[in-house]
Design a protein around this ligand. Sequence first.
Ligand code: COD
Ligand code: ATP
Length: 210
Amino acid sequence: MSTPYIVFLTGGIASGKSLVGRYLETLGAVRIDLDELYHEILASDTLCRQQLVTSFGVEILSQGAIDRQALAHKVFGDPYTLAELERITHPFVFCALKSRIQELCVCSKSSSSQRMIVVEVPLINKVSEVSYLADEILALIAPLKARFRYAQVRGLSREQMCARMRAQVGNSLLCHKSDTLILNAGSVTMLKQHVKAWYLSRMKRIGKGL
Ligand SMILES: CC(C)(COP(=O)(O)OP(=O)(O)OC[C@H]1O[C@@H](n2cnc3c(N)ncnc32)[C@H](O)[C@@H]1O)[C@@H](O)C(=O)NCCC(=O)NCCS
Ligand SMILES: Nc1ncnc2c1ncn2[C@@H]1O[C@H](COP(=O)(O)OP(=O)(O)OP(=O)(O)O)[C@@H](O)[C@H]1O
Protein backbone atom coordinates (compact mmCIF):
# COMPACT_ATOMS: atom_id res chain seq x y z
CA MET A 1 0.00 0.00 0.00
CA SER A 2 1.42 3.44 -0.95
CA THR A 3 1.25 6.50 1.32
CA PRO A 4 -2.15 8.18 1.60
CA TYR A 5 -3.11 11.08 -0.67
CA ILE A 6 -3.06 14.20 1.52
CA VAL A 7 -5.47 17.04 0.86
CA PHE A 8 -5.39 20.41 2.60
CA LEU A 9 -9.02 21.56 2.65
CA THR A 10 -9.13 25.31 3.10
CA GLY A 11 -11.46 28.28 2.93
CA GLY A 12 -12.39 31.32 4.98
CA ILE A 13 -14.29 31.18 8.23
CA ALA A 14 -17.66 29.42 7.84
CA SER A 15 -17.02 28.45 4.23
CA GLY A 16 -18.08 24.84 4.87
CA LYS A 17 -14.76 23.10 5.63
CA SER A 18 -16.10 20.97 8.47
CA LEU A 19 -19.22 20.04 6.54
CA VAL A 20 -17.10 18.88 3.60
CA GLY A 21 -14.46 17.26 5.84
CA ARG A 22 -17.12 15.24 7.65
CA TYR A 23 -18.76 14.24 4.38
CA LEU A 24 -15.41 13.06 2.99
CA GLU A 25 -15.03 11.03 6.18
CA THR A 26 -18.29 9.22 5.38
CA LEU A 27 -16.89 8.47 1.91
CA GLY A 28 -13.78 6.88 3.44
CA ALA A 29 -11.23 9.66 4.00
CA VAL A 30 -9.51 10.23 7.33
CA ARG A 31 -10.19 13.74 8.62
CA ILE A 32 -7.92 16.00 10.64
CA ASP A 33 -9.25 19.38 11.74
CA LEU A 34 -6.41 21.78 12.60
CA ASP A 35 -8.73 23.86 14.83
CA GLU A 36 -9.59 20.70 16.82
CA LEU A 37 -5.95 19.63 16.96
CA TYR A 38 -5.07 23.08 18.27
CA HIS A 39 -7.83 22.97 20.90
CA GLU A 40 -6.48 19.61 22.12
CA ILE A 41 -3.04 21.23 22.47
CA LEU A 42 -4.48 24.17 24.42
CA ALA A 43 -6.24 21.77 26.76
CA SER A 44 -3.31 19.44 27.38
CA ASP A 45 0.06 21.02 26.55
CA THR A 46 1.37 22.81 29.61
CA LEU A 47 4.35 24.32 27.77
CA CYS A 48 2.06 25.98 25.21
CA ARG A 49 -0.23 27.20 28.00
CA GLN A 50 2.74 28.57 29.94
CA GLN A 51 4.07 30.49 26.94
CA LEU A 52 0.64 31.97 26.27
CA VAL A 53 0.23 33.12 29.86
CA THR A 54 3.71 34.66 29.82
CA SER A 55 2.83 36.67 26.71
CA PHE A 56 -0.84 37.47 27.31
CA GLY A 57 -1.21 37.47 31.10
CA VAL A 58 -3.22 35.43 33.58
CA GLU A 59 -6.41 37.11 32.44
CA ILE A 60 -6.56 34.59 29.57
CA LEU A 61 -7.02 31.80 32.12
CA SER A 62 -10.32 30.63 33.49
CA GLN A 63 -10.14 27.98 36.22
CA GLY A 64 -6.62 27.12 35.09
CA ALA A 65 -7.56 26.58 31.43
CA ILE A 66 -7.10 28.92 28.47
CA ASP A 67 -10.23 31.00 27.99
CA ARG A 68 -10.44 31.08 24.17
CA GLN A 69 -13.06 33.80 24.18
CA ALA A 70 -10.83 36.09 26.28
CA LEU A 71 -7.89 35.37 23.99
CA ALA A 72 -10.00 35.99 20.86
CA HIS A 73 -11.03 39.33 22.34
CA LYS A 74 -7.38 40.34 22.71
CA VAL A 75 -6.08 39.29 19.30
CA PHE A 76 -8.67 39.76 16.59
CA GLY A 77 -8.41 43.37 15.49
CA ASP A 78 -4.79 43.74 16.63
CA PRO A 79 -2.40 42.29 14.00
CA TYR A 80 0.66 42.48 16.29
CA THR A 81 -0.97 40.58 19.11
CA LEU A 82 -2.37 38.04 16.68
CA ALA A 83 1.09 37.54 15.15
CA GLU A 84 2.50 36.95 18.65
CA LEU A 85 -0.23 34.36 19.34
CA GLU A 86 0.53 32.56 16.06
CA ARG A 87 4.28 32.70 16.74
CA ILE A 88 3.66 30.73 19.92
CA THR A 89 0.92 28.36 18.81
CA HIS A 90 1.73 27.40 15.22
CA PRO A 91 4.90 25.39 15.98
CA PHE A 92 2.87 23.25 18.41
CA VAL A 93 0.12 22.74 15.82
CA PHE A 94 2.55 21.86 13.02
CA CYS A 95 4.41 19.41 15.22
CA ALA A 96 1.12 17.69 16.20
CA LEU A 97 0.00 17.59 12.55
CA LYS A 98 3.24 15.98 11.39
CA SER A 99 2.98 13.33 14.14
CA ARG A 100 -0.68 12.58 13.34
CA ILE A 101 0.09 12.18 9.64
CA GLN A 102 3.10 10.00 10.38
CA GLU A 103 0.94 7.73 12.56
CA LEU A 104 -1.67 7.46 9.80
CA CYS A 105 1.00 6.68 7.19
CA VAL A 106 2.30 3.85 9.37
CA CYS A 107 -1.27 2.52 9.75
CA SER A 108 -1.89 2.75 6.00
CA LYS A 109 1.00 0.38 5.37
CA SER A 110 -0.98 -2.35 7.10
CA SER A 111 -4.42 -1.38 5.83
CA SER A 112 -5.92 -0.48 2.49
CA SER A 113 -8.65 1.72 3.98
CA GLN A 114 -6.76 4.98 4.60
CA ARG A 115 -6.12 6.18 1.10
CA MET A 116 -6.96 9.84 1.62
CA ILE A 117 -6.24 12.16 4.52
CA VAL A 118 -8.15 15.44 4.57
CA VAL A 119 -6.69 18.20 6.72
CA GLU A 120 -8.97 21.15 7.41
CA VAL A 121 -6.66 24.16 7.27
CA PRO A 122 -8.25 27.51 8.13
CA LEU A 123 -5.18 29.65 7.30
CA ILE A 124 -3.59 28.41 4.08
CA ASN A 125 -1.20 31.39 3.83
CA LYS A 126 0.31 30.58 7.24
CA VAL A 127 1.12 26.90 6.87
CA SER A 128 4.13 27.10 4.54
CA GLU A 129 6.16 25.06 7.05
CA VAL A 130 3.92 22.03 6.47
CA SER A 131 2.66 22.70 2.94
CA TYR A 132 5.11 20.11 1.56
CA LEU A 133 2.80 17.48 3.11
CA ALA A 134 -0.10 18.34 0.80
CA ASP A 135 -0.64 16.53 -2.49
CA GLU A 136 -3.49 18.89 -3.26
CA ILE A 137 -4.96 22.09 -1.86
CA LEU A 138 -8.73 22.17 -2.20
CA ALA A 139 -10.41 25.49 -1.44
CA LEU A 140 -14.04 26.24 -0.71
CA ILE A 141 -15.50 29.56 -1.76
CA ALA A 142 -18.81 30.56 -0.21
CA PRO A 143 -20.74 33.82 -0.65
CA LEU A 144 -20.33 36.32 2.18
CA LYS A 145 -24.04 36.57 2.94
CA ALA A 146 -24.31 32.85 3.54
CA ARG A 147 -21.15 32.85 5.67
CA PHE A 148 -22.53 35.57 7.94
CA ARG A 149 -25.65 33.47 8.38
CA TYR A 150 -23.55 30.38 9.13
CA ALA A 151 -21.47 32.29 11.68
CA GLN A 152 -24.55 32.88 13.81
CA VAL A 153 -24.71 29.12 14.30
CA ARG A 154 -21.30 29.43 15.99
CA GLY A 155 -22.47 32.30 18.14
CA LEU A 156 -20.19 34.90 16.51
CA SER A 157 -21.43 38.45 15.97
CA ARG A 158 -20.99 40.14 12.61
CA GLU A 159 -18.19 42.30 14.06
CA GLN A 160 -16.36 39.30 15.53
CA MET A 161 -16.65 37.46 12.23
CA CYS A 162 -15.35 40.49 10.27
CA ALA A 163 -12.36 40.81 12.61
CA ARG A 164 -11.40 37.17 11.85
CA MET A 165 -12.02 37.59 8.13
CA ARG A 166 -9.70 40.60 8.02
CA ALA A 167 -6.92 38.36 9.35
CA GLN A 168 -7.53 35.78 6.59
CA VAL A 169 -6.76 35.68 2.90
CA GLY A 170 -9.34 36.95 0.45
CA ASN A 171 -10.80 34.91 -2.39
CA SER A 172 -8.22 35.93 -4.98
CA LEU A 173 -5.24 34.80 -2.90
CA LEU A 174 -7.19 31.69 -1.91
CA CYS A 175 -7.66 30.85 -5.61
CA HIS A 176 -3.99 31.54 -6.27
CA LYS A 177 -2.86 29.24 -3.45
CA SER A 178 -5.17 26.33 -4.26
CA ASP A 179 -5.09 23.58 -6.88
CA THR A 180 -8.84 23.02 -6.94
CA LEU A 181 -11.82 25.21 -6.09
CA ILE A 182 -15.30 24.17 -5.10
CA LEU A 183 -18.02 26.78 -4.97
CA ASN A 184 -20.29 26.39 -1.96
CA ALA A 185 -23.07 28.66 -3.16
CA GLY A 186 -26.06 26.36 -3.24
CA SER A 187 -27.66 23.66 -1.14
CA VAL A 188 -25.83 21.10 0.98
CA THR A 189 -27.00 18.43 -1.48
CA MET A 190 -25.36 20.29 -4.37
CA LEU A 191 -22.17 20.77 -2.39
CA LYS A 192 -22.04 17.06 -1.58
CA GLN A 193 -22.53 16.18 -5.25
CA HIS A 194 -19.52 18.31 -6.24
CA VAL A 195 -17.43 16.90 -3.43
CA LYS A 196 -18.34 13.31 -4.24
CA ALA A 197 -17.44 13.79 -7.91
CA TRP A 198 -14.08 15.28 -6.90
CA TYR A 199 -13.46 12.46 -4.39
CA LEU A 200 -14.27 9.73 -6.89
CA SER A 201 -11.99 11.25 -9.52
CA ARG A 202 -9.12 11.37 -7.01
CA MET A 203 -9.79 7.79 -5.89
CA LYS A 204 -9.65 6.69 -9.51
CA ARG A 205 -6.35 8.51 -9.98
CA ILE A 206 -4.90 7.08 -6.76
CA GLY A 207 -6.11 3.59 -7.75
CA LYS A 208 -4.17 3.90 -10.98
CA GLY A 209 -1.12 5.03 -9.02
CA LEU A 210 -1.05 8.47 -10.73
C1 COD B 1 -8.11 33.19 19.30
C2 COD B 1 -8.61 31.79 19.58
C3 COD B 1 -8.28 31.39 21.00
C4 COD B 1 -10.16 31.81 19.42
O1 COD B 1 -10.67 30.52 19.70
P1 COD B 1 -12.12 30.09 19.14
O2 COD B 1 -12.50 28.82 19.83
O3 COD B 1 -13.07 31.23 19.25
O4 COD B 1 -11.91 29.85 17.59
P2 COD B 1 -11.30 28.57 16.85
O5 COD B 1 -9.94 28.30 17.37
O6 COD B 1 -12.29 27.45 16.90
O7 COD B 1 -11.15 29.09 15.35
C5 COD B 1 -12.34 29.27 14.57
C6 COD B 1 -12.01 30.00 13.32
O8 COD B 1 -11.48 31.29 13.62
C7 COD B 1 -10.57 31.65 12.61
N1 COD B 1 -9.21 31.87 13.16
C8 COD B 1 -8.59 31.20 14.19
N2 COD B 1 -7.33 31.64 14.35
C9 COD B 1 -7.14 32.58 13.40
C10 COD B 1 -6.04 33.39 13.03
N3 COD B 1 -4.87 33.28 13.68
N4 COD B 1 -6.19 34.24 11.99
C11 COD B 1 -7.36 34.33 11.32
N5 COD B 1 -8.45 33.59 11.63
C12 COD B 1 -8.34 32.74 12.64
C13 COD B 1 -10.50 30.46 11.63
O9 COD B 1 -11.43 30.66 10.60
C14 COD B 1 -10.94 29.30 12.50
O10 COD B 1 -11.46 28.24 11.73
C15 COD B 1 -8.01 30.75 18.60
O11 COD B 1 -8.63 30.81 17.35
C16 COD B 1 -6.52 30.92 18.43
O12 COD B 1 -5.78 30.81 19.40
N6 COD B 1 -6.04 31.17 17.18
C17 COD B 1 -4.63 31.28 16.93
C18 COD B 1 -4.09 29.92 16.55
C19 COD B 1 -4.42 29.64 15.12
O13 COD B 1 -3.89 30.30 14.24
N7 COD B 1 -5.33 28.67 14.90
C20 COD B 1 -5.72 28.29 13.58
C21 COD B 1 -5.43 26.84 13.33
S1 COD B 1 -3.73 26.51 13.29
N1 ATP C 1 -24.28 24.94 1.31
C1 ATP C 1 -24.68 25.07 2.58
N2 ATP C 1 -26.00 25.19 2.86
C2 ATP C 1 -26.45 25.33 4.14
N3 ATP C 1 -25.66 25.35 5.22
C3 ATP C 1 -24.33 25.23 5.01
C4 ATP C 1 -23.76 25.08 3.69
N4 ATP C 1 -22.42 25.00 3.80
C5 ATP C 1 -22.14 25.08 5.12
N5 ATP C 1 -23.27 25.20 5.86
C6 ATP C 1 -23.40 25.37 7.33
O1 ATP C 1 -22.64 26.52 7.68
C7 ATP C 1 -22.03 26.36 8.94
C8 ATP C 1 -20.52 26.60 8.78
O2 ATP C 1 -19.97 25.52 8.05
P1 ATP C 1 -18.68 24.79 8.58
O3 ATP C 1 -18.70 24.68 10.07
O4 ATP C 1 -18.55 23.54 7.80
O5 ATP C 1 -17.60 25.88 8.12
P2 ATP C 1 -16.07 25.93 8.46
O6 ATP C 1 -15.40 26.48 7.27
O7 ATP C 1 -15.62 24.60 8.97
O8 ATP C 1 -16.07 26.98 9.65
P3 ATP C 1 -14.86 27.38 10.64
O9 ATP C 1 -14.16 28.49 9.95
O10 ATP C 1 -15.57 27.81 11.87
O11 ATP C 1 -14.01 26.18 10.85
C9 ATP C 1 -22.38 24.97 9.43
O12 ATP C 1 -23.47 25.06 10.27
C10 ATP C 1 -22.75 24.24 8.13
O13 ATP C 1 -23.63 23.17 8.35
